[in-house]
Design a protein around this ligand. Structure first.
Ligand SMILES: [Zn+2]
Length: 342
C-alpha cells in the first residue's frame, strides 16, 4: 500500500502557521470589497474539485471563477465563445490537464494575455510513468485516466502546485497562501487517515469497484482497492451488449454487493447490470462535481471525498464512521466570492 507524501515543506509551513495562529483573515482580508479597484490576481479554473482546491489556497486574496458548470460532462465540455473574454482577462488559468479539457485549453491558448500563465496540475503532479490507463482510458488511445484528485494525496499535490504558482505571481500574499496550504494539508492528512481506517473495515473480497464513470484509478491504487470495470466507453457513448454481459458475469462471479453510478453519470445500463447480478445499484457517487450547493460546507473538494467514501464504504460492507468528524469547509476565514457555475 502506498503512503502519503506530505512533504517536509508542508510540515515546516504548518509549524509556521501554528505559530502565527489559526486561520487568519482580518486586516489583509479583501472580502469587504468597498468598490475600490480590485487588484487581486484573476484566476480561472475548470472543474469544480479543482476550483475548490484553488479556493482553499487562494482564499480571499484571489478573484476565482470556474468555467465548467456542475452537472455537465466535463470530458466532453465545450466552452462557449463568451468564455474567451473571461480567459482573456485571467492572470492565471488552472486546468487539470492530462487531456481532460482540450477545448478549454485551446480557447485559453488562443485568448490569454501574453503574460498569463496556464497551469496544468495533472501534468505536473505525476510523471508519464505514473499514468494510469484502464477501461475508459485505454493505453492504446494514449490519454491516461485524468482523475488524479480522488486520491487526496494527489489533491494535496495540486494544492502545493497552486501555492507555488500563487506565491510566485503574488509574493506579497505568499505567507497567506502558505498558511492556507498548511491548514489544507492538515485536513487532507486527516481525510487520508480516515479513508485508510474505513477501507480496512471493508471485507477484503469486497474492496472492488465497478463504476459507471471511470474516475477511481488513482484512488484505488493508493488505498489497496481494485477497479474491476467502468461502464462508460472511451468515446463516452454506451457499452456494447457483449461488454454489458461480461460485466454482469464479473459482478456475479465476484459476489460484489454493490456497483456505483453518479449523479452526473447516472446509468440505466449499470442499473440493469446490478439487477441482473443481484447487486445493489448506488447512484450517489460524485466524480467531477461537488456535493451540495455553493456556500454549503460540503460543497468543497474535502466534502466531495467525504461524501464519496460515506456512500461507498457501507455499500461494500464496511464502516465509514471514521469519516464522520472530518471538517470539510474552507480553511480560510471570510468569503472568497469564488464563482462555481451551476
Ligand atoms: Zn470525469
Amino acid at each position: 500500500m502506498e503512503r502519503t507524501f506530505l512533504g517536509p515543506r508542508v510540515w515546516a509551513s504548518l509549524f509556521v502557521a501554528l505559530a502565527i495562529g489559526a486561520c487568519g483573515g482580518g486586516a489583509d482580508d479583501l472580502s469587504q470589497n468597498t468598490g475600490q479597484q480590485d487588484n487581486r490576481l484573476r484566476v480561472v479554473t475548470t472543474v469544480s474539485p479543482i476550483t475548490s482546491i484553488v479556493e482553499n489556497i487562494g482564499g480571499t486574496q484571489i478573484r476565482l471563477e470556474g468555467v465548467v458548470p456542475e452537472g455537465v460532462n466535463s470530458h466532453t465540455f465545450e466552452p462557449t465563445p463568451s468564455m474567451a473574454k473571461l480567459l482573456a482577462q485571467a492572470d492565471l488559468i488552472i486546468l487539470n490537464g492530462l487531456f481532460l479539457e482540450e477545448p478549454t485549453l485551446a480557447l485559453a491558448e488562443a485568448n490569454k494575455k501574453a503574460d498569463a500563465v496556464i497551469l496544468s496540475l495533472g501534468d505536473l503532479a505525476v510523471t508519464p510513468e505514473e499514468w494510469q490507463f484502464d477501461f475508459t482510458f485505454p493505453e492504446a488511445a494514449g490519454h491516461p485516466n485524468p482523475h488524479l484528485w480522488p486520491d487526496p494525496n494527489l489533491g494535496l499535490r495540486y494544492a502545493e502546485l497552486v501555492y507555488d504558482q500563487l506565491a510566485k505571481m503574488d509574493p506579497d500574499n505568499a505567507a497567506y497562501y502558505e498558511k492556507n496550504l498548511a491548514w489544507f494539508s492538515v485536513r487532507v492528512a486527516a481525510l487520508d487517515q480516515a479513508i485508510r481506517t474505513a477501507v480496512a473495515t471493508i471485507p477484503e473480497e469486497n474492496r472492488k469497484l465497478l463504476t459507471y464513470h471511470d474516475s477511481w484509478a488513482y484512488f484505488a491504487k493508493q488505498y489497496g482497492m481494485e477497479v474491476i470495470g467502468a461502464v462508460q466507453p472511451s468515446n463516452f457513448s454506451q457499452p456494447s451488449v457483449r461488454e454489458v454481459a461480461k460485466l454482469i458475469d464479473q459482478v456475479k462471479e465476484l459476489g460484489l454487493p454493490a456497483v456505483f453510478g453518479s449523479e452526473v453519470f447516472s446509468s440505466d445500463v449499470l442499473e440493469a447490470i446490478a439487477s441482473e447480478a443481484d447487486a445493489q445499484f448506488i447512484d450517489e457517487l460524485a466524480d467531477d462535481d461537488l456535493p451540495g450547493k455553493p456556500g454549503d460546507p460540503e460543497h468543497t473538494y474535502l466534502g466531495l471525498m467525504k461524501h464519496n467514501l460515506t456512500v461507498m464504504v457501507p455499500a461494500l460492507g464496511g464502516d465509514a464512521s471514521s469519516l464522520a468528524g472530518l471538517e470539510t469547509g474552507n480553511v480560510f476565514d471570510g468569503a472568497s466570492g469564488a464563482v462555481y457555475p451551476q
